[in-house]
Write a protein that binds this ligand. Structure first.
Ligand code: ATP
Ligand code: MG
Length: 593
């Protein structure tokens, strides 16, 4: 059985601006890098006096509400059951004022941590913005977490306020409430018919209704804590990364540069605000820029997503490889005629296989622009820009204002910068960008270990080509050592993905007495393909032909699906633990777990 293989693709895709794109925010990359500085980026944003400082919510809503954009739609919310609701910048400003007044009335101290455990509902956005206005710390939790991950995060974070829905409270919080002595106030958003008042909680809407709609944002220092985000838990126990108000300067600048967001855009970020992408680029960046943000409450559904792109006339779309692969699996295809407003697609969270970039061209007439960052960096650091050609498989170039390098870290902790193209190293970023995390909550030593002098060490390995484009190799923890070679799983996974039968691939090193490790791959298949000896042989042969005998997997196993974090990342450490019969470790963020 010989299947149709995709024809070889060219190495680059021409500049997006030459194809469909409106004038990009970043026209000349080299010039922008030369001219950029963070002080100017901050001045372009803040309208508060020096003394009043820099407050995320002021930059996101009050600034627009005070001007000609007051009546413009800030958030268009699409409910699960075909309900919808538009909130203008003006309405969002007064609602968030009300939430800040609710915190005041409850006597919540400034700096307290306000946790939010809800689906993607309008109250989440009101609570986030009101929390920032009040100078408390916003801590979003993904609503699909079970009680134990919720409890540990709230305990680590010393949660004093929780905003949640009646159903989530009943199912997940009521049983652990007694173990959270610091939790003083629970605000309930009813999401079931005829809910009786729940003991020891407040009704969110009633408190909002009673609160005044005026609130003066207190002076906010750029370094005041604003957000606590837990990492995805891909490599181990999630860490609580602390971010500050000044981060909004980076969200604003990077949203413009890397996502090419303009105030006229209708923008859809599919990430949940329980993860950093859903907050940095699902709340802060688009509002700071003054765009219209689409929020969909429902879970992934390929045809619903296409309808949203079409009916809401989305122009800029930010999504993730896992969603792209699900759309590929579902065989999504649209035409430019159906989606005439769509002009910029981007992706983050995991390496984006070249095949997925090309699939964007086939399915939407537009390529996906990959970008790279982490919970710790708070914002996009490396990206494929609208104004530059795309090299499918590459993460792109560092943003203006970001000093990135590849480094080698020696055993004594000293660091050498690697200059030669093609040599692998750890991605390091020179400290000083505004959205850099300021600590791992309760883990000072771990935080300090991330820095070597001026460099923040990211734990990710990459190569750089002669033009400075970064190519992801893998996480330091996931790199495979086989017969004296160091191999990043991404390269192998991307080649497996080229095969028409493969929907997703995860590659690990399996201990071996001779080679130290051998490469073992796990794949799931696209609809219409079934596992067979012949297919496995064909996959092995394809990988050997494309990668050579050393880098190709020696073993391939078909699974119905790969284990993923709830933020959609393939958990290679779990594939490995299962392969070796070892304990699975922290599975609090395992999807479906
Ligand atoms: P944990 O730190 O708890 O193990 P995590 O690193 O997956 O979880 P996040 O901060 O959500 O948590 O993810 C950041 C990581 O995701 C990056 O360090 C990188 O490994 C990966 N990543 C993000 N974007 C890309 C990309 N465009 N290409 C390759 N890898 C990416
Ligand atoms: Mg990480």
């Amino acid at each position: 059985m010989m299947m149709f293989m995709n024809a070889p693709r060219p190495a680059t895709i021409g500049k997006a601006s030459e194809q469909f794109i409106r004038e990009p925010n970043l026209r000349d990359y080299d010039q922008a890098r030369r001219e950029f500085d963070w002080r100017r980026a901050r001045n372009a944003l803040s309208t508060l006096s020096e003394q009043a400082g820099l407050n995320i919510a002021h930059e996101c809503v009050d600034r627009h509400a005070a001007g000609p954009s007051a009546a413009k739609t800030a958030i268009r919310w699409l409910g699960k059951n075909d309900t919808r609701c538009d909130l203008s910048y003006g309405e969002l400003a007064t609602l968030s004022n009300r939430f800040a007044n609710v915190l005041a009335r409850l006597g919540v101290p400034s700096g307290a941590r306000v946790f939010c455990l809800t689906g993607r509902v309008p109250e989440l956005f009101v609570a986030a913005l009101g929390t920032w206005k009040y100078k408390a710390v916003f801590c979003p939790l993904f609503s699909a977490f079970g009680p134990e991950p919720i409890r540990t995060r709230m305990e680590i974070g010393g949660a004093s306020v929780l905003v949640t829905t009646s159903s989530l409270y009943r199912r997940k919080v009521a049983g652990i409430r007694s173990q959270l002595p610091a939790l003083q106030h629970v605000l309930i958003v009813p999401d079931e018919p005829d809910v009786a008042p729940i003991e020891d909680t407040h009704d969110f809407a009633a408190l909002i209704d009673q609160a005044s709609e005026t609130f003066v944002v207190p002076p906010t220092a750029p370094d005041d804590h604003a957000i606590l985000h837990f990492t995805s838990g891909t490599t181990g126990t999630p860490k609580g990364a602390i971010h500050v108000h000044e981060a909004v300067v980076a969200h604003h600048a990077t949203g413009r540069f890397a996502l090419d967001l303009h105030p006229e855009d209708v923008y859809w970020c599919t990430a949940d605000p329980g993860w950093v992408t859903g907050t940095s680029y699902g709340i802060i960046a688009p509002l700071a820029i003054g765009a219209t943000l689409i929020v969909d409450e429902a879970d992934f559904d390929a045809s619903r997503w296409l309808d949203i792109l079409e009916h809401e006339r989305v122009s800029v779309w930010y999504t993730a490889p896992t969603a792209i692969r699900m759309m590929m699996k579902a065989g999504v295809k649209a035409t430019r005629e159906r989606l005439p407003d769509l002009r910029f697609l981007s992706s983050v969270g995991e390496p984006l296989n070249p095949e997925a970039v090309w699939w964007g061209m086939d399915a939407f007439g537009l390529p996906f622009h990959d970008n790279w960052w982490q919970t710790e960096t708070g914002g996009i650091m490396i990206a494929n820009f609208a104004a530059l050609e795309i090299r499918p498989g590459s993460m792109g170039l560092p943003l203006p204002g970001i000093d990135a390098a590849l480094v080698e870290v020696r055993d004594d902790g000293s660091v050498t910068v690697i200059d030669e193209p093609g040599r692998e190293g750890e991605i390091a970023l020179k400290r000083g960008w505004p959205s850099m995390f300021r600590g791992y909550l309760g883990q000072e030593a771990r935080y300090r270990k991330c820095f070597a002098g001026e460099w923040y060490l990211t734990g990710d390995l990459a190569k750089r080509d002669a033009d400075g484009y970064y190519w992801f190799v893998g996480r330091k923890d996931d790199v495979i050592k086989t017969s004296g070679h160091l191999i990043g799983p991404f390269e192998v996974e991307s080649v497996l993905m080229e095969h028409p039968a493969v929907a997703e691939a995860g590659v690990i090193g399996k201990p071996d007495p001779v080679a130290y490790e051998i490469i073992k791959a796990f794949v799931s298949l696209k609809a219409g393909f079934t596992e067979s000896e012949a297919l496995l042989r064909e996959l092995l042969a394809h990988a050997r032909k494309r990668l050579g005998a050393v880098v190709a997997p020696k073993e391939i196993v078909v699974l119905p699906g790969l284990p993923k974090t709830r933020s959609g990342k393939i958990m290679r450490r779990l594939l490995k633990a299962r392969e070796l019969g070892l304990p699975e470790g922290d599975t609090s963020t395992l999807e479906g777990g």
